[in-house]
Design a protein around this ligand. Structure first.
Ligand SMILES: O=C(CO)COP(=O)(O)O
Length: 253
């Protein structure tokens, strides 16, 4: 059975001290309260906090996540952070291809394919983000566009490696806007993506891939979204900055 995942993406928020408090609260709530045992909670914090914050996590229910990586293992790449570095401080999951990185840092599908390889080579789990703009949806090219992102960045993988990859569908128009995709819109896209994976890897492999939804997920809508058959959890931005709300989301399966 594929894993259910509640992942928080703090983005560029919280000071070190604020983050320590937030993470400790989430870890304690997840340990103390009833969270479905098939749910993996992932907290993706800013790079400078990873090393220290990893030590605050004392339960396998919570995994430490990074928000980006560079695909080379080491070398003269000033300002970048490699996957072996992330692994050495206890990171388990790495977000790549977030629309903010594609938009502000011009990250291409080909570059993201390199990042996926680098993450898998170290035995970490990539959370590969994809999603369309509102214009693309209005033009009716959203399915083709998002399937294309997956083809370009993931279809070089072996079935074994694909099974270790998590996909996060994040429609750009729903990120940080308060406008969530409807349950039907989320389910429809997730099914299209799973069918796309099945067309290359077969249904059995496609059925093992966790596909998360991201875009204005909150404590009020998570349960309905996660009840959709092809929605395996959420990648949560704003609501992951509040411990009570994020834990409630993790309990919405
Ligand atoms: O981009 C997101 C998570 O990666 C979603 O952000 P919001 O939950 O703030 O809409």
């Amino acid at each position: 059975m594929r894993k259910k995942i509640a992942a928080g993406n703090w983005k560029m928020n919280k000071t070190f001290e604020e983050g320590q408090i937030l993470l400790s609260e989430v870890v304690n709530m997840v340990k103390d309260e009833v969270v479905n045992p098939n749910v993996q909670v992932v907290i993706c914090v800013p790079f400078p906090y990873l090393s220290t914050f990893g030590k605050l996590i004392d339960t396998p229910k919570v995994s430490l996540g990074a928000q980006n990586c560079y695909p080379k293992a080491s070398g003269a790449y000033t300002g970048e952070v490699s996957v072996p570095m992330l692994k050495s401080v206890g990171v388990g999951h790495v977000i790549i291809g977030h629309s903010e990185r594609r938009q502000y840092f011009n990250e291409s599908d080909a570059f993201l394919a390199e990042k996926v390889d680098a993450i898998l080579a170290e035995g970490l789990t990539p959370i590969f983000c994809c999603g369309e703009t509102l214009e693309q949806r209005n033009e009716g090219i959203h399915f083709d566009f998002v399937c294309g992102q997956i083809t370009n960045s993931l279809f070089h993988l072996s079935a074994e490696d694909l099974k270790k990859t998590v996909i996060a569908y994040e429609p750009i128009w729903a990120i940080g806007t308060g406008v969530t995709a409807s349950n039907d819109q989320a389910q429809e896209m997730h099914k299209v993506l799973r069918d796309h994976l099945a067309s290359k890897y077969g249904q059995e492999v496609a059925d093992e891939i966790s596909i998360l939804y991201g875009g204005s997920v909150n404590g009020g809508n998570a349960q309905e979204l996660f009840a959709c058959p092809d929605v395996d959890g959420g990648l949560v931005g704003g609501a992951s900055l509040k411990s009570r709300e994020f834990t409630n989301i993790a309990k919405s399966f």
